[in-house]
Design a protein around this ligand. Structure first.
Ligand code: UDP
Length: 285
């Protein structure tokens, strides 16, 4: 595993460090990557992924999506490895087609604040596709929709972590805008199962991996209150620039090709994630 710890932390992989089959290298994938010995598969997940992170560090975000993709594809060529790119629902931008199928080309503002993430991932998809054509790298492209679960940072800034931490701390939940915008939240174990199935498949071209059950942000706040069994107050803040109005994956392709679909309901996933944050906040105190 390679990570520059820009947003990650070694404590998250503490239970793996003693495993003889696991190695951690602190390295920024924007710089060339060298690995000794054979490599079966390269999985490029390196990126700042929370909007507040990529707004604060736009150039790093562009570099991991562009140079990081180039370097990791170079590793795959050198080793004759399979390649999985973690792409994103953000390639659809603020979508005008709903739900979003893989055939939709998207609606992205290249010079807006989110463009650094969206365009670097769109570039990454193009680069990976070119390597598949020119160097015959077996490339798999996962378009990952909103995902949550244990090991997120409490101050990550995304809606699920924000609302769970706020509810646990007894402070009002922040809703940006009027809360009518929608997202579809996938629990991390479902996501990982989908990604591994995609990696093992022969599917060429992008594939949506996400949970197709859609909620408004206001409904999410209500759900957080229900799961935690507390009355939650909400406070409204400004909607970020270019915040997508709606988002829901069409997962027909993943269902058909992989036989995969999510199984963890939002309430169940939120309860597991809330347990994690309770423990984490107590440990950090
Ligand atoms: N959001 C919110 N309150 C928060 C954080 C986010 O209402 O404390 C909204 C945000 O404006 C967006 C949605 O929740 O409409 C999902 O935001 P997130 O940052 O989790 O991911 P995104 O899908 O925007 O990348």
């Amino acid at each position: 595993m390679v990570d520059n710890l820009a947003t990650g932390r070694v404590a998250n992989i503490a239970d793996l460090l003693d495993d003889p089959g696991f190695a951690f290298v602190e390295h920024d994938v924007s710089n060339p990557i060298e690995v000794d010995g054979p490599v079966e598969a390269v999985l490029h997940f390196a990126s700042l992924a929370s909007p507040i992170d990529y707004l604060n560090r736009p150039i790093q975000t562009l570099k991991s999506g562009s140079l990081g993709t180039h370097n990791s594809l170079g590793l795959a060529v050198a080793k004759g490895a399979r390649y999985l790119l973690a792409s994103t629902s953000e390639v659809y931008g603020d979508p005008e087609v709903h739900p979003q199928p893989e055939t939709y080309w998207g609606h992205v503002n290249p010079v807006g604040p989110r463009g650094v993430y969206d365009e670097s991932k769109r570039f990454a998809e193009s680069m990976a596709t070119a390597y598949a054509q020119v160097h015959a790298v077996p490339v798999r492209i996962a378009r990952i929709f909103n995902t949550y679960g244990p090991f997120m940072r409490p101050d990550d800034g995304r809606v699920v972590s924000n609302m769970l931490v706020q509810a646990i701390s007894g402070i009002p939940l922040t809703i940006y805008g009027d809360g009518s915008q929608t997202r579809s939240f996938c629990f991390v174990t479902d996501l990982v199962a989908g990604l591994l199935a995609l990696l093992d498949s022969d599917h060429e071209g992008p594939m949506n991996i996400g949970n197709p059950v859609e909620f408004t942000v206001a409904e999410l706040a209500t759900k957080v209150g229900e799961v935690l069994g507390t009355d939650v107050a909400v406070t409204h803040m400004d909607l970020p620039v270019d915040d997508p109005r709606q988002r829901r994956p069409d997962i027909t392709l993943a269902r058909t090709v992989l036989g995969w679909e999510p199984t963890v309901q939002l309430a169940e996933g939120l309860a597991i994630t809330a347990d994690y944050f309770r423990q984490r906040l107590a440990d950090d105190r």
